[in-house]
Design a protein around this ligand. Structure first.
Ligand SMILES: [Zn+2]
Length: 294
């Protein structure tokens, strides 16, 4: 039994050579989940040695593009590589998760012509059969659930609880997640400002992946709907979180030494461990012990 978080995206909407957007894959006792699907998630899954076809459940925190823009690529790749696999994907997230899915791959969806071509062109059908698929080829099957804070999803050996994130409402809804496993609990704040709902959801968690887009010193006047490094550290302290993993990191806070200095300055506030997440880092939980591996 073990739970491993693969950091696929630890950046922001601004592309950088080493980080871009948000996405995390979580292997819980062999069940592979995705939390968000930001830029190049499908490619980063491959870089992490993971298969799109092994992901059966995806959770969205909210529908900003840095958290969902690779969703069509992921859906189509999973379907195309799937061959004989029959299990449909389940996509969950705040509204409009269902509408976005329908507009991508539904009968009037943006990618429907590609899907029809792959279902009908003889060469594409032959490749599908070669991958273990059968004919006639069927379109991608995705079950969707638009969920609200408080929703609980139960997996084989895990439970995903949800709470409210305070980000850019009312334009987009935001959901924070708490994954309970036999080896410990992992919170994904999504994009949010520090708030009581996250403190409550994260209470006593072994790990919290929190957005940290900058230091307060570098960005004193733009904090609405967002969390700074200091805000994330204070929330981790308030919630008695064991390990704080900083994600959604902007270029300034991710520059060498900047986060280390800011974390050191918060040493009196929080005695837990703080990790600045690099892409393809793994956070491993085994019997509530947390290890970060590059
Ligand atoms: Zn956002």
């Amino acid at each position: 039994m073990a739970a491993t978080v693969h950091i696929l995206g630890s950046g922001t909407p601004t592309p950088a050579p080493d980080r871009f957007g948000s996405s995390f894959a979580v292997d819980v006792d062999g069940d592979l989940l995705l939390v968000d699907c930001g830029p190049a998630t499908t490619w980063k899954l491959a870089k992490a040695g993971l298969k799109t076809t092994d992901v059966n459940t995806i959770f969205f925190t909210h529908h900003h593009f840095d958290h969902n823009v690779d969703y069509p690529c992921f859906l189509l790749t999973r379907w195309d590589q799937g061959g004989a696999r029959a299990e449909p994907l389940h996509a969950l997230g705040p509204s409009p998760t269902s509408l976005i899915t329908e507009r991508l791959i539904g009968s009037e969806g943006a990618f429907r012509s590609d899907i029809e071509a792959r279902m009908n062109f003889p060469g594409s059908r032959a490749i599908h059969v070669h991958r273990g698929g059968t004919l006639p080829r069927t379109p991608p099957e995705v079950r969707t659930s638009d969920i609200e804070p408080g929703y609980v999803h139960t997996g084989a050996t895990w439970t995903m609880r949800t709470g409210l994130g305070r980000h850019v409402q009312p334009w987009l809804d935001s959901i924070a997640y708490r994954l309970e496993t036999a080896d410990g609990s992992i919170v994904f704040t999504g994009d949010t400002e520090p708030c009581d709902e996250i403190r409550e959801l994260a209470a006593g968690a072994d790990v919290m992946l929190a957005m940290c887009w900058n230091t307060e010193e570098a960005q004193p006047n733009h904090r609405d709907g967002l969390c700074t490094l200091e805000g994330a550290v204070r929330m981790a302290a308030d919630a008695s979180v064991g390990t704080l993993v900083l994600v959604h990191c902007g270029a300034h806070v991710a520059a060498p030494g900047v986060a280390d200095a800011a974390i050191a300055a918060m040493g009196e506030v929080y005695q837990g461990r703080v990790v600045l997440a690099d892409e393809l880092m793994r956070i491993e939980l085994s019997q509530n012990r947390v290890t970060a591996k590059s």
